[in-house]
Design a protein. Structure first.
Lengths: 444, 434
């Protein structure tokens, strides 16, 4: 057992299947009815509640909690889902500590917010467990809309369009819908195939066709979509990854964190998944934390997140940083990779300390070497495959209003569009709002 | 540490906390546990006449309402008087009193409204050595249908008559327990006094239906598809009891009549309030039934601490001291003017004061873009609703305006002269100021 754990290089089966199953269990287990009642009773039903303002999808949080208090979690779910059709996933993955729960008046008063995320999950899980889809389609409009990308933004947009009576075809480059809900996100936040079940549940609205294995710019063109459909919504995410500009970055054992996470999410058997004994993750966002924590949970002995700026600049929230630390991940700040060493396969990574004193980040010249048989790159994703006709804003698709692009009849939302945080909940809001704008312009 | 020893009708108990006549005092076993826990006295659960005892329902006896976190606020019951044989109860009372001579034991009684029935039971009770009796003229369910309990308590003439029979046939103190299910509690209290009662105790439970089973369309607790009203008690009834105690304490006809207060007493503070309002001691039931007998320790230490802080060495130092300050609305000083004030350091910005004031009251609270809530003195009528809905105790307070300042709401200068409705110019029946 110890030998497997300490095997050097990138190896599968560092821990027993049981230990791995335990490690990857639900991060925030579901409330039972009693726990939900106790948690719901803490809500003050604030006026113009700060939590509601902080929610990118404007869920009427005091109202749904009051509905739980009053014994109707299904009604609470409806209140949630009217604003956010992926309320089930958002309840699991939202960084509530920097959104609704951060501004909860009880967080301000006592340092202990109402547990909004878990209450939301209690409500949506109750409704989904009952097999209920609480929305019905309006009369058919005869309009057809194409959605490219079956992630949170695309699914949210498709559902809202279908609800208004439009026929929707959702294309996705992968073999399965869900986007980052299915292929990103730490596994312990979405156990029991929740992403897949949620998509199935969402599609119960009807009027949505999912077509997988189609990539924009390859076997799908914006021109043909525009001529075939009345409107197009692009939610293609950020398919590219930033390159690691360090000597030896092509060595064996250096890998994109998003690929590792996607493989992990799709793995039938986690104990068959390979991970290094000494893992270094480069980056400071949620992807870096998800890759680092899951490496540790798979049995890596030493896992370090190396981030080039200081703690405050880190994209991952303090809660996520603490989660990583609690799992035994070491956080290093103000270090940037300069070289990966090793004969063919990585054995060490060389990091240079950085300074931000002049306003621009510069290397101090002092370096440190860490043993590393696996290096994950989590230094950001980039837009890839966006049609050339679309104007860009920086490195993303430029949009005005509710996701209108520079091309008439084409909307965009989610991570691929400029503006807004790259969060599931933000993508859902953008998809929903674009759908309403598409609906208005088609029917107006 | 303050001395909590209380003498009520000459009956001494180590503290003023008695258990009321109710399920907790139905048996020797429970009463012994209560005394071991520290209770100063008990009123033994109501005894009925000799012969086959009453029977209780075999379905649920209690219903309840709850506050946040399922804190029990109100309890309702349809239990009758003791359903154990009279002889068993009398034997147990005798034994317990012998073992706990320093604790008060009062025996609650309810027999038919016939003199002979009382003449039969009173010598038996006297033989137990108990310290006194309490006449149960209060239970509003079951027994009332048989002409006892509140059926007697609702007719002042019956109260007086039965009280007189008891005084004539029993040597020790007679306490008359009153029902709140009447329009003016002063009448039954006066009747008790006229009959020679040594004291009154109140309140007994209030007619109530706590909830309806919406699946079976029946009141709860539901017995075989039907329900009936029960007697309501617990923290929710405290304000009703407090008012009734005050009414009797300040009625010139009953002023000075000893009162044993009952009704939602849960902590030392509730007890202190009832005693300040004229009660010589207090009786507790629901709090014990909710949390067990140990709560009396908090009551004892809490009352002692408060008395020490206030400089009271004995309970008699403060009993009744709030009574002179209970008056009629018409005598309230209309020149006393306050304004709500929000402590911004304590405010957690929930906005409940704003919602309450803006939607349901006087639009006297302003809300800024960044959720700072402030009182608009020019609109504030000092209703106190904001204070009551605020989740943070002490965050919103009512500040008195000093004489000589101008009330921005009325534009009038605040006067420190006392002026009430009886002399107000808007009062058609105003008498001229003297």
């Amino acid at each position: 057992m110890a030998a497997r754990h300490q095997a050097s290089g990138v190896q599968a089966g560092r821990l027993s299947a049981d230990a791995i199953a335990e490690n990857f269990s639900d991060l925030h287990p579901a409330f039972d009815a009693h726990e939900a009642a106790v948690a719901a009773d803490r809500c003050y039903f604030c006026y113009d509640a700060p939590c509601m303002t902080a929610c990118p999808t404007d869920i009427d949080i005091p109202m749904f909690i009051r509905e739980i208090q009053a014994g109707h979690p299904e009604a609470a779910a409806r209140t949630i889902l009217e604003q956010n059709i992926l309320g089930g996933m958002c309840a699991r993955v939202c960084p509530t500590e920097t959104l609704c729960e951060e501004v909860c008046v009880r967080e301000v008063a006592e340092g202990k917010p109402v547990e909004i995320g878990r209450l939301q999950r209690y409500a949506t899980d109750t409704l989904m467990a009952a097999g209920v889809h609480p929305f019905t389609r309006a009369d058919a409009t005869g309009k057809k809309v194409a959605v490219v990308g079956a992630g949170p933004a695309g699914l949210s947009c498709a559902h809202r369009l279908a609800m208004h009576g439009h026929d929707v075809v959702v294309y996705d480059r992968r073999n399965k819908p869900g986007g980052l809900n299915e292929f990103g996100i730490a596994a312990y936040k979405s156990v029991d195939s929740f992403a897949e079940r949620e998509v199935d549940w969402l599609l119960q609205i009807g009027g949505i066709e999912i077509v997988t294995g189609r990539t924009l710019g390859e076997d799908l063109s914006l021109d043909s979509l525009c001529s075939e459909f009345d409107a197009v919504f692009l939610s293609i995410g950020l398919a590219g990854v930033n390159a690691l500009r360090a000597e030896g970055a092509d060595k064996q054992g250096v890998r994109d964190a998003v690929d590792f996470i996607a493989e992990l999410r799709q793995a039938e058997d986690l104990s068959a998944l390979e991970v290094g004994r000494n893992v270094v993750v480069i980056g400071g966002g949620m992807t870096a934390v998800d890759a680092a924590v899951q490496s540790k949970l798979l049995g890596a002995e030493n896992v370090t997140i190396a981030y080039r700026r200081d703690r405050d600049a880190m994209g991952a929230s303090r809660f996520e940083q603490d989660l990583a630390a609690s799992k035994g991940v070491k956080l290093m700040f103000n270090v940037q990779p300069v070289a990966v060493h090793g004969n063919g396969a990585a054995t060490e990574i060389e990091l240079e300390y950085t300074s931000n004193q002049t306003g621009t980040l510069t290397g101090t010249g002092e370096t440190v070497r860490l043993v590393a048989d696996q290096v994950f790159k989590a230094i950001g994703q980039t837009l890839e495959g966006a049609p050339e006709a679309l104007a860009l804003d920086g490195r993303k698709i430029a949009v005005t209003g509710a996701g209108r692009t520079s091309v008439d009849g084409v909307w965009a939302g989610g991570d691929c569009a400029a503006g807004g945080d790259d969060l599931t909940v933000t993508a859902v809001a953008e998809g929903r709002d674009a759908a309403m704008d598409i609906h208005d312009s088609l029917m107006g | 540490m303050a001395d909590l020893t209380t003498e009520f009708l000459g009956i001494k108990s180590p503290n003023p906390f008695w258990l009321a006549s109710a399920p907790p005092t139905d048996k020797e076993y429970n009463v012994r546990r209560a005394f071991e826990a520290g209770w100063g006295g008990v009123v033994w659960k109501t005894l009925g006449s000799e012969g086959p005892p009453v029977v209780n329902v075999n379905g649920p006896r209690y219903g309840a309402i709850w506050g946040a976190d399922r804190r029990l606020l109100g309890l309702n019951n349809i239990e009758l008087i003791t359903d154990r044989p009279l002889e068993v109860n009398l034997e147990e009372i005798t034994r317990v009193k012998k073992d706990y001579p320093d604790r008060a034991i009062i025996v609650s009684l309810m027999v038919p409204c016939e003199e002979q029935a009382w003449k039969d039971i009173l010598p038996k009770v006297a033989a137990t050595g108990a310290d006194g009796i309490e006449l149960n003229f209060g239970c509003p369910h079951g027994m009332a249908e048989r002409g006892m309990g509140s059926a007697v308590g609702q007719v002042p003439e019956y109260i007086e008559m039965v009280t007189r029979w008891c005084k004539e046939n029993y040597d020790k103190p007679v306490i008359v327990k009153l029902t709140p299910n009447i329009t003016d509690v002063r009448y039954p209290a006066r009747a008790a006094k006229a009959g020679g009662a040594d004291a009154v105790s109140l309140i007994n439970t209030i007619n109530s239906i706590v909830s309806v089973d919406l699946d079976n369309m029946a009141p709860q607790p539901t017995i075989g598809g039907k329900g009936t009203h029960g007697g309501y008690c617990g923290p929710a009834v405290k304000p009703i009891a407090l008012n009734m105690v005050a009414e009797i304490a300040r009625d010139p006809e009953t002023h000075g009549l000893p009162i044993s207060a009952i009704g939602g007493i849960t902590t030392w503070r509730d007890a202190a309030e009832f005693m300040a309002m004229g009660a010589g001691n207090v009786q507790v039931c629901t709090a014990a039934m909710t949390y067990g007998f140990r709560i009396v320790q908090e009551m004892i230490s809490g009352l002692s601490q408060w008395m020490d802080e206030k400089g009271y060495s004995s309970t008699s130092d403060f009993i009744g001291t709030a009574v002179p300050n209970v008056t009629d609305w018409q005598y309230l000083d209309l020149n006393y003017i306050t304004k709500a004030k929000i402590d911004q350091d304590l405010c957690i910005s929930c906005g409940r004061c704003f919602a309450a004031c803006e939607d349901t009251s006087h639009q006297a609270i302003a809300m800024s873009e960044d959720r700072v809530f402030t009182v608009k003195d020019e609109e504030c009528v000092a209703c106190n609703l904001c204070v009551n809905v605020c989740p943070v105790e002490g965050c919103i307070t009512m500040e008195e305006m000093a004489a000589g300042t101008v009330d921005p709401r009325t534009g009038e200068t605040v006067s420190d002269d006392y002026a009430n409705w009886t002399t107000h110019p808007n009062n058609p029946g105003a008498c001229a100021a003297e």
